[in-house]
Design a protein around this ligand. Structure first.
Ligand SMILES: [Zn+2]
Length: 383
């Protein structure tokens, strides 16, 4: 994800903060400065501390998902923290519904665990703090103290677990629902049903947001509604891509470069063909890849006379022709690359890019729809 930077690395997973994340710190500071009119600076610092702790819990939640995924052999590239929560980039869909179930539950389970620990450690003092405030939340949240911090954190972890278990994509509850359904039906039917329930839940949340004038709730409802739609589309594309080999998808007629070529030749190719990526060949073997972006970057700093070998990338993922397009898409997500070289044994065949996969999916989806229409027309007269 762009506009984010790394703050830590845990078990090979980059933990990154999106720049907009600082809005949430600001919001926490403003709210608590407002809560504590006697000393707004103390309030603001307290607010920042609370938000930092909250997002530490969000990170632990995402690590719960990630470590569960790693236990099933699924690599996790990064966790990105945004104001709306954390996102763990789990690179592929677990094969078994039970695995998806465990990965989805692992996140909220971490928050439940934190809440239990907080309760065990500070249960007695929390009780005293609440009694002291005589049941008034306003009174309670106007005095920054360690007790208030722990109590707030306890409530926040309970809310995190409860909210995430709402059965709506892309929330964890939606994944749990799909995993349970997928134990009894096909993955795509399970996705369709879970996504429909998710969209109904999103509309419910949105209406609730409108009634209460809660803007954040409306925003979350919109986020869930479109997330559910995206999940259905992804499941459909995964099924279509799984059925095709990458050996049938690469461009057989691609132009290639040789080590003596200069950038000017690539510019000519870019202008006369619509091919965006080029393999650099030496004696029948691929030694590097030059993309359109590499050429643009090179032209910004170098002249057109530079050799392609100077700007090519030498490190690129390779796949065998027998791999499915779904596997290739997973590999791209895992490595954060948009292009792979396809081989048959030791023989280089061609390049396949993320755009090629999207294109292949669009064609497959169209053919599939045509076939369904024909099938419907076929049965219509007899019924
Ligand atoms: Zn989660």
């Amino acid at each position: 994800m762009g506009w984010s930077f790394r703050i830590a690395k845990v078990r090979g997973i980059d933990i990154k903060i999106h720049v907009t994340f600082f809005l949430i710190l600001l919001l926490g500071a403003l709210q608590w400065a407002n809560n504590v009119p006697d000393s707004p600076l103390d309030g603001a610092l307290f607010g920042v501390a609370l938000m930092t702790l909250l997002f530490t819990c969000v990170t632990l939640h995402e690590l719960g998902h990630s470590i569960a995924a790693q236990c099933f052999g699924i690599p996790v590239r990064e966790i990105v923290l945004t104001p709306l929560g954390g996102i763990a980039m789990i690179t592929r869909q677990p094969e078994k519904p039970l695995h998806e179930l465990i990965i989805a539950v692992a996140g909220p389970a971490v928050n439940v665990l934190i809440a239990i620990l907080l309760f065990l450690v500070t249960g007695a003092t929390m009780h005293a703090t609440i009694l002291d405030a005589r049941g008034s939340l306003g009174e309670l949240f106007s005095r920054p103290s360690l007790e208030v911090m722990l109590l707030w954190l306890f409530a926040a972890n309970i809310s995190l677990a409860a909210f995430n278990m709402i059965p709506a994509f892309p929330l964890d509850g939606g994944r749990v629902l799909r995993a349970v359904l997928a134990m009894f039906m096909s993955f795509s039917s399970a996705t369709t049903i879970a996504a429909t329930i998710g969209q109904i839940a999103a509309i419910g949340l949105g209406v609730l947001g409108f009634i209460n004038g809660n803007f954040i709730l409306i925003l979350i409802a919109v986020f869930i509604f479109f997330g559910a739609g995206q999940e259905t589309a992804q499941a459909a594309s995964r099924a279509a891509l799984r059925a095709r080999r990458v050996g049938d998808a690469y461009n057989r007629y691609a132009l290639t470069l040789s080590i003596g070529d200069r950038v000017s030749r690539v510019v000519d190719y870019l202008l006369t063909s619509y091919q965006p990526d080029f393999a650099v060949m030496q004696g029948g073997e691929i030694i590097g890849i030059v993309t359109r972006r590499d050429v643009f970057n090179a032209l910004a700093t170098h002249s057109r006379d530079v050799y392609v070998t100077e700007i090519m990338r030498r490190d690129f993922p390779t796949v065998q022709a027998s791999a499915s397009l779904d596997e290739v898409a997973s590999l791209m997500a895992e490595r954060g690359e948009r292009i792979v070289a396809v081989f048959n044994g030791a023989d280089y065949l061609g390049l396949v890019s993320l755009e090629d996969l999207n294109e292949a999916f669009a064609v497959l989806a169209f053919l599939d729809k045509q076939q369904q229409l024909k099938a419907q027309q076929g049965v219509a007269p007899s019924s």
